[in-house]
Design a protein around this ligand. Structure first.
Ligand code: UTP
Length: 286
């Protein structure tokens, strides 16, 4: 039985330039999908998958993310005084010691952000969730991955098929043998030049990694876009320990882009019992 995954790293130190000007003063992870910030969806996903420690890799201007998970005594007292329910705040109240933060002083890339959490992660497997990638599924994406990880161990990354014309935007895997949703990984490349991708299976931002991934990141090598890439560090682990891609059952929304963000809002709103009917009526008439 592989060691249980208890810790999750949330890299939230990026600049979010695709959502400017909003992200000039609001962290991308705090923009709302209906009435909850993006980070709440990622944290819910992690908790439901059994994660006990939430590690936020933050940067300048990102303190709103950490404040959000504090208990807001004045707000609670006001709501209570008005006879209103506090249930709506429940998911945003972190348990004591559940949230740990570390800073990435410069946005040097996703791999560098993950590496900044190395001392907190220590010598155990860990999950990485990119909160701007919203995953909807039942069970959720990370929970599906944890279930598969408990069978195969090693490293496991979520994978998703995209049209060939889009592979240059993502980390892409070179697939080996496939068994149901699991595919062995023979190689991976970050943002391959158009027409050179080894497949159309991209990495949408959910990972379960062994501590060896942190050691691979120690080299601090720059890759695509001059950034320290997680994909490059993971590629070094292939062949040393099991490495699988997991095709999860569900939907993925790239909320880091304006169109993806709007589409995610509509998709989530349509699924909600409270706001769904009004939004459905509006969309039908548009
Ligand atoms: P993205 O490339 O999607 O985020 O990184 P970004 O750089 O913030 O956005 P754009 O492209 O400028 O619009 C994926 C994830 O990695 C984090 C981001 O916060 C995001 O969750 N990240 C990226 C870091 O934490 N540090 C970095 O140096 C880079």
């Amino acid at each position: 039985m592989p060691t249980r995954v208890r810790k999750a790293v949330f890299p939230v130190a990026g600049l979010g330039t695709r959502l400017l000007p909003a992200t000039k003063s609001i962290p991308k992870e705090m923009v709302t999908i209906v009435d909850r910030p993006l980070i709440q969806y990622a944290v819910d996903e992690a908790r439901e998958a059994g994660i006990e420690e939430l590690i936020f890799v933050t940067g300048r201007g990102k303190s709103a993310i950490v404040d959000y998970f504090d208990q807001a005594f004045e707000l609670e007292a006001t709501l209570k005084g008005k006879g209103k329910s506090l249930d709506v705040l429940e998911p945003s109240n972190a348990k004591f010691g559940e949230v740990v933060t570390v800073r990435q002083q410069q946005p040097l890339g996703l791999g560098h952000a993950v590496w900044c959490a190395r001392h907190i992660v220590g010598d155990e497997p860990f999950a990485v969730l990119l909160p701007d990638e919203l995953m909807l599924g039942k069970p959720n994406c990370l929970a599906q991955m944890v279930e598969a990880y408990e069978r195969v161990g090693g490293n496991l990354v979520a994978a998703l098929e995209v049209p060939d014309s889009e592979t240059h935007k993502y980390g892409v895997i070179d697939p080996g043998a496939t068994d149901g949703p699991l595919t062995e990984i023979r190689g991976m490349v970050e943002k391959p030049a158009p027409g050179t991708a080894p497949s159309n299976l991209m990495l949408p931002g959910r990972y379960i990694l062994q501590p060896s991934a942190m050691r691979a990141l120690d080299a601090q090598e720059k890759g695509a876009g001059g950034e320290i890439q997680l994909t490059d560090a993971m590629a070094k682990l292939i062949g040393n320990e099991p490495f699988h891609a997991y095709r999860f059952d569900g939907e993925r929304y790239d909320c880091g882009s304006a169109a993806g963000f709007v589409i995610a809002n509509i998709a989530v709103a349509l699924q909600r019992e409270d706001v769904g009917p009004a939004v459905r009526e509006f969309v039908a008439g548009a």
